[in-house]
Write a new protein. Sequence first.
Lengths: 329, 335
Amino acid sequence: MNEQGAPLFEIRDLCKYFTLDSKNTLKAVNHVSLTIRKGETVGIVGESGCGKTTFGRTLKRLYTATSGEVLYKGQDIFKMNRAQAHQYAKEVQMIFQDPYSSLDPRMTVREIVREGMLNHGIYKGDRAAQDKRIHELLTMVGLNEEHADRFPHEFSGGQRQRIGIARALAVNPEVIICDEPTSALDVSIQAQVVNLLKNLQEEFGLTLIFISHNLSLVKYISDRVGVMYLGSMVELAPSDLLYEEPAHPYTEVLISAIPIPDPDVQKKRSAIRFNGELPSPINTRDDVCAFATRCRYATPECSGRAPKLTEVSPDHFAVCDRVRKKDNA
Amino acid sequence: MNELLNVEHLSISFHTYNGEVQAVRDASFRLGRGEVLAVVGESGSGKSVMMQTILKLTPCELKSGTITFDGKDITNYTDNQMQEIRGSQIGIIFQDAMTSLNPTMKIGRQITESLLRHQKMSRAGAKEQALELLRQVGINNPEKRFHQYIHNLSGGMRQRVMIAIALACKPKMLIADEPTTALDVTIQAQIMDLLAKLREEVGCSIVLITHDLGVVAANADRIAVMYAGRVVESGTSDQIFYHSAHPYTRGLLESIPRLDAPHDARLTYIGGTPPDALNPAPGCAFSARCKYAMRLCRMQAPEAREVQPGHFCSCFLLDDAARATREKTGWEVSL
């Protein structure tokens, strides 16, 4: 859709480690590299604990990276001065997973949406203009003016998530990082919120980073999808390609596990299952393939060396040695 | 009568400070022997309350209706009588294994508890049986796990322990209340595979409470769709997925993002929000969100009608008198 867009984010070798004690380190994000173009939607999927939320939060500068760099419009976000960081905070907004705890219960909707405008000097303190904009935003996300003076507890989960979206849009952002924006919502409400995000993106040319464990939803909204496993990005591909021809064995299992709401399709599917569960992300080794313990194709070499990044086809990358072999044959 | 569970015209209410909440209204459904029935609906539609009240696990008032389990009318059973059934003939798996298992009790004791209580087994026999159960639900090294606490286990493992407890006495019916909602897709698939395998081995009927139609498609024989406390449609899996007759069911099916959908499509969705359970509007509960609602829908609640053998639906649009509306709005019923 937006292949021509210029790179907005260039993420190089990003690592975020949490030190637990003198011996143990949790490698939540481990050498992730990714380029995000302007106007595209990048989905990030993976099991719980794979580091997708930490990745999103690091991009928003809520965490400082352990190593690596994130270039936003050519500028490293971890080396910004105060003014640059302030501008970055405005341009990159976030929508959080839990619509119940991410809104201040003591502020009215109007105050919640206005806060960002005040911080970033939008309409220069002209309260009438701000109010007009607040009403516009609320209408845009499917609420109305009367809702502006209510408190968050008066709204349902879907409505709160809309308030969160209005708050993010209030400062005219360029990027919105959505961290599981619909996982607390019912399916019928989820569809409303996702359609809203998609419409807003088209209208304002937003760049979306969509983090979710719901693979069907990610496929639906994203142009490209990155699959994370134990802190690493194991596969990155345009979304249709990823679901049709997954290259990494992990992606293959993940896709085979998605329940499809169609009994006939389900009966015909062959299920691939994991052996065992997600290993602990503490003290993972970089010199072996992290997935080898659960991989059905694993050979002894897999636990002896780190797999290399392979370009399977243009724009489709996978970190697995098996992929390379298959292509050469 | 070959049904294991037969519920007719069940109504359940909570009493809160804000007034009476009619959690379940005039719900009827059946569960055949060896069958998997999925109860589907959004949060707050009353699916969990209904099943838990049938087991008398809630303080709700049972206002009307009859519940027949295994040929016996259990509607007015006392707590003592229910205790004899719960755990031995009916097993239950709750959504959140972390809070429904006892954190201060070793895993082994939690499993042997019901064996000792209901089957009058010796301690050694119960332990033997518990280890076998742990093995059956796919827990490695059961001797070690037997002496551990649940905080030693991951989410998927805890759910397996819950299943082991629920199946300990070889129940005739298993109620699985959102057994996989808190789990990842890969673990969810493992747990659903396990339930299917155990169902064949133990031969019990399963009531699967869920809001995930994907899980339902793979596992259910029959489906009951609930909305605002009412069972609005019920039928076989094929009838519900391919010939749904209720606008809510169809809206629900269409609002799920599908893997095989074209990339640029918009999701269709059900507008509006679920109704307020404290002040239910008169008429069909779904009428406020229904694209096809007629004037009658807002005044009177529709009765269930059998549109096909075994396929029940409560909607006025199915009536011959609504033909004009069906043509005007383009609503088609393909049965």
